[in-house]
Design a protein around this ligand. Structure first.
Ligand code: CDP
Ligand code: CDP
Length: 210
């Protein structure tokens, strides 16, 4: 079974994907981490993230970087959405994601283009969303808990800028696949969102068996 989970920043897709992975006993790949690793490498090598050749040079990062806490910070997320617009960067990360998706026994991946590009034949697809205000509130809470004093307005502006870059790019933009179930988590607790996600996945898998 392959499960594709897509959605914008702080929609709750990572939380839902991890819970689904536990529920169905599937290996999980947070594909955003790959783009974050490219971004962190661009920064470490003092490259220009807007130049495609520079960003491509940063794609041969060492896998040990994927566990580095620096990937989790907000600056890295922002920079990831800058390097991810380059078609050659997306191409460099494609096979690795496809291999993960198609491993024997199945997998669950979350990102922006899983249901559309990485695993278009997935058995179940979710498009997780929430209003920009709710997503900014969540991100702001996370940042405040980590000691940041960034304002809510700044976080909201960053979320909107990232949405625009991710949805507006020419290659593999963030968009809901035609056969994905939309899950709006704006007014759902994590528990309720996960329960709904399991219902959607079970229903899609059952429908494919008929
Ligand atoms: O992976 P993505 O950026 O889409 O979001 P996430 O990391 O799963 O969730 C972002 C934040 O929202 C986390 O702090 C979650 O605990 C929180 N969250 C929530 O408050 N309510 C939900 N229904 C889902 C996530
Ligand atoms: O956790 P959050 O949703 O904030 O971000 P992420 O999933 O870690 O992704 C960081 C950035 O990587 C996104 O803003 C996208 O620009 C890019 N990305 C992508 O282009 N395609 C994916 N499958 C996953 C991430």
């Amino acid at each position: 079974m392959i499960i594709a989970v897509d959605g914008p920043a702080a929609s709750g897709k990572g939380t839902i994907a991890r819970a689904l992975a536990r529920h169905y006993g599937l290996p999980h790949l947070d594909t955003g981490l790959l783009y974050r690793a490219v971004a962190a490498t661009v920064r470490a090598m003092h490259l220009d993230p807007t130049r495609e050749a520079d960003a491509v040079a940063a794609c041969s990062f060492d896998d040990s970087l994927l566990a580095d806490p620096v990937l989790r910070d907000d600056e890295t997320g922002k920079l990831a959405s800058v390097v991810s617009v380059h078609p050659l960067v997306r191409a460099a990360l494609l096979q690795r994601q496809k291999r993960f998706a198609n491993q024997p026994g199945g997998a669950i991946l979350d990102g922006r283009d899983i249901g559309t590009v990485i695993a278009p034949d997935a058995d179940a697809k979710l498009f997780v969303k929430a209003s920009p205000q709710v997503r900014a509130r969540r991100r702001h809470n996370e940042l405040a808990a980590n000691g940041s004093d960034v304002s809510f307005e700044q976080v909201l502006a960053d979320i909107r800028a990232r949405d625009e870059r991710d949805s507006g790019r020419a290659t593999a933009p963030l968009t809901q696949a035609a056969d994905a179930a939309a899950l709006d988590t704006s007014s759902l607790t994590i528990e309720a969102a996960v329960a709904r996600a399991i219902q959607f996945v079970d229903a899609q898998v059952a429908a494919r068996q008929h």
